[in-house]
Ligand binder design. Structure first.
Ligand SMILES: [Zn+2]
Length: 431
């Protein structure tokens, strides 16, 4: 008779057997009580395979006094793995560890032995995350109070992390980012890593109403599909932007779009630098690209106010996207309107006070986000109230107006064009 069978006998003799479900949240206990979990996670970017290798060594200590004197044991461990985790394997130093995924989304790992009071059990979880060859974006998804995280990226990659509570060690062939044990992991850390390499070029021409505009996409090797997608969206949306704004592509120069990393865009999804072109984050969606293209028209209007620049860019993003990808356009609109509604209690400010920071950091990120959502909600409400024809008539008034358009000019033009009640505009601007 083996050891574990004896225990089962004593359990069936009337002693309560405790098999606790360990949610990660339950591990938030002071040392010396109940259970302790040490996690050592390593993330290694392997660009030649297009993956990040993730390996977690988990040591589980049963300090739960309720399991003293053989009154119970622990035999499983729950852990959230990201939805995009591939090739998940778990094993201790002798054999594989059986696991399953629950309908709640977390994995249950079944230990190969019972962990009685004052014992520990160590096992490993390995998985992979997919990346591109020269660009990688992924999350460090971690939990627990005693978690050490190491990220290793090969030399030659420009890497940006969404948290800053780590230390970096530059080695001969790699950079190693280390989060010490004891850091908080109540939010994951997004990693953006891009191989610094010369850019290739894709060229085409947009046939527009007044002239042909050359479009040049500058992209990193291995990102051909990205470049093709950006080119197609650009050619299609320029035609729609002309139609929706009611006047032709305004600048005298051609368009260059450069695939950029997050340092180059200052934390934004894209950046329109006029004749120097658009810098577009390699993870950006078509909405962000259309927004940046729409800025060629907002610049022509010579808006004095940030809310006009961004509100109109996002209104036209919606109007164009709704034609190209109706579902995406509508869900983007609803997301923006919904966010304005939920954020306004905490972050509201008059749009006339809004100015833009040169770059985004965690501190001002929410305020900036709210500014965009409020500006969109205003311009969208203007469009819904006055309709497309009057919206375009306003645009043409902006163009011929001498000097830039400030809040007073805007209200004057809106009132002269529209016969509708648009007194709500002032509410957005001044309260
Ligand atoms: Zn913008």
């Amino acid at each position: 008779m083996g050891d574990s069978e004896k225990r089962q006998l004593s359990a069936s003799a009337g002693i309560i057997l405790i098999i606790l479900l360990l949610c990660t949240a339950h591990i938030a206990l002071a040392d010396g009580e109940e259970v302790i979990t040490d996690i050592n996670s390593t993330y290694t970017l392997v660009p030649e395979d297009g993956i990040v290798k993730v390996s977690k060594e988990i040591t589980f200590y049963n300090n739960d006094s309720k399991t003293r004197y053989w009154r119970g044991y622990y035999s499983s461990f729950n852990h959230y793995l990201p939805d995009n985790a591939l090739k998940i394997k778990a094993f201790d130093n002798e054999m594989p560890v059986v696991f399953s995924r629950t309908s709640e989304g977390y994995h249950v790992f079944h230990f190969n032995r019972k962990v009685w009071y004052d014992e520990s059990y160590t096992f490993r979880i390995d998985y992979e995350l997919e990346t591109n060859k020269n660009t990688a974006v992924f999350s460090l998804s971690e939990y627990g109070q005693r978690t050490e995280v190491i990220l290793e990226v090969p030399a030659g990659f420009d890497t940006y992390l969404s948290r800053d509570d780590y230390e970096v060690e530059e080695r001969m062939h790699s950079s190693v980012y280390k989060f010490e044990k004891g850091q908080r992991w109540d939010r994951s850390c997004v990693v953006n890593s891009v191989k610094v390499s010369p850019r290739l070029t894709l060229k085409n021409t947009a046939i527009l109403s007044e002239r042909d505009v050359d479009v040049e996409i500058r992209y990193w090797e291995g990102e051909e599909a990205w470049a093709q997608g950006v080119m197609q969206t650009t050619l299609e949306s320029l035609v729609l932007l002309e139609a929706k704004w009611g006047f032709a592509y305004p600048p005298g120069y051609n368009i260059t779009i450069t695939q950029a990393n997050i340092t180059e865009t200052g934390g934004y999804g894209g950046y329109n630098q006029g004749s120097s072109g658009i810098w577009l984050l390699y993870t950006s969606n078509p909405g962000i690209l259309i927004h940046e293209l729409a800025h060629y028209w907002t610049r022509a209007c010579d808006f004095d106010q940030l809310w006009m620049e961004e509100g109109y860019a996002d209104l036209y993003t919606y109007l164009v996207l709704k034609e190209m990808e109706p579902e995406d356009g509508i869900s983007r609109r609803d997301r923006f309107l919904g966010k304005y509604d939920t954020m306004k209690k905490e972050y509201d400010f008059p749009l006339s006070d809004w100015s833009t920071p040169a770059s985004l950091d965690n501190f001002n990120e929410k305020q900036v986000d709210f500014g965009y959502k409020k500006a969109f909600t205003l311009t969208y409400t203007v469009y819904e109230t006055i309709g497309m024809e009057q919206l375009q008539e306003m645009n043409r008034q902006f163009l011929i107006h001498p000097g830039n358009i400030d809040n007073v000019d805007y209200l004057m033009i809106a009132n002269s064009v529209s016969g509708h009640d648009i007194s709500f505009i002032e509410m957005y601007l001044y309260t």
